[in-house]
Design a protein around this ligand. Structure first.
Ligand code: G3P
Ligand code: CA
Length: 304
């Protein structure tokens, strides 16, 4: 082929490609060069024990997780924060006050210091009917304490709370899960052994790059009716398996829209029977609850 003609052809094709109308965003479109997000089982409603069976026992403690497992929860939920020495503490708040009644921040403390504070005394004071003397000895667990206790006998739904950019929390969590054989496991109750969740898109994208086979849930904190634009959904579909939203923001039209994109919807945090039934009717795929026994009882019945 004549060299000048070859150059003309290449330039012509380049110009045609550049001028072509962009494809409309739709559930079917997506990046071809990245791993697809992991799939969650279809038509499988998930009972997620929020901080364990935390309506009945001190949140994020081993007794709360043991009870959640006994109640038949599909997942035990853990919030993770990094301590000053880069270890993974299972706790929701950075401030210790609400859980321990003491001052201080998780991010300012060494894990060994954190383990000297009672995680059950405040619970006992606030819940005399549920209090147990033994709870006073409970401490804030480290991720590895929970993994050592349960191994592959439960499924984990883990939230990365740390907002520290480049803290390496993503790699640390994955390393711990690998160390205890969690990621290689089949999972209990016919669902994946671990789901990771975060409000940080960046954190989840990072995990998707490292371990695309782990299902990821992008959390949102909608104050009113939930909504996401087609371009937000396009991006979300490139790394996440679903979304987690406040229960009050859920509505049927939104859930239908999300499902059209092949994404699941989990709602937090729902403890009352009437609300649980309403959300199940609406079509949500999972509920975070402090009362996994209540959700299990409802989904065990066929009259809703
Ligand atoms: O992780 C979902 C839900 O737990 C988010 O709420 O504040 O309880 O972590 P929060
Ligand atoms: Ca959480």
């Amino acid at each position: 082929m004549n060299k000048r003609f070859l150059i003309f052809t290449i330039v012509f094709l380049f110009v045609i490609a550049a001028c072509s109308p962009k494809q409309e965003l739709s559930p079917a479109s997506g990046s071809l060069d990245k791993a697809e997000p992991a799939l969650l089982p279809e038509d499988r409603f998930l009972t997620i024990a929020h901080r364990g069976a935390s309506a009945y026992r001190p949140e994020h403690t081993l007794p709360a997780y043991i009870l959640a497992d006994e109640m038949g929860a599909d997942y035990i939920e853990l919030d993770l924060r990094m301590t000053k020495d880069g270890r993974l503490a299972v706790i929701h708040d950075n401030e210790l006050q609400r859980i321990t009644g003491t001052t201080g921040k998780v991010s300012d403390m060494l894990m060994d210091e954190l383990k000297t504070v009672s995680a059950g005394t405040v619970f006992n004071d606030r819940n005399p009917d549920l209090a147990k003397l033994s709870y006073e000895q409970l401490t804030i667990p480290e991720l590895r304490d929970v993994l050592m206790q349960f191994g592959t006998s439960v499924n984990y739904y883990i939230e990365l709370k740390s907002s520290l950019k480049d803290s390496g929390i993503e790699e640390s969590v994955i390393a711990e899960l690998e160390r205890y054989g969690i990621t290689e496991n089949q999972g209990q109750h016919d669902v994946p052994p671990v789901i990771l969740q975060s409000f940080s898109e960046e954190s989840l994208m990072r995990i998707h790059e490292i371990r695309p086979e782990i299902p990821l849930i992008q959390l949102y904190s909608f104050k009113e009716n939930a909504d996401l634009s087609p371009s937000e959904l396009e991006l979300l579909s490139s790394y996440a398996s679903g979304i987690g939203i406040p229960a009050d923001s859920a509505h049927a039209g939104f859930i239908e829209k999300i499902k059209r994109w092949g994404l699941d919807v989990h709602v937090f945090t729902v403890n009352e029977e009437k609300s649980i039934r309403k959300l199940i009717d609406m079509g949500v795929d999972g509920i975070f609850t402090d009362r996994p026994d209540v959700v299990r009882e409802i989904i065990g019945r066929d009259d809703f």
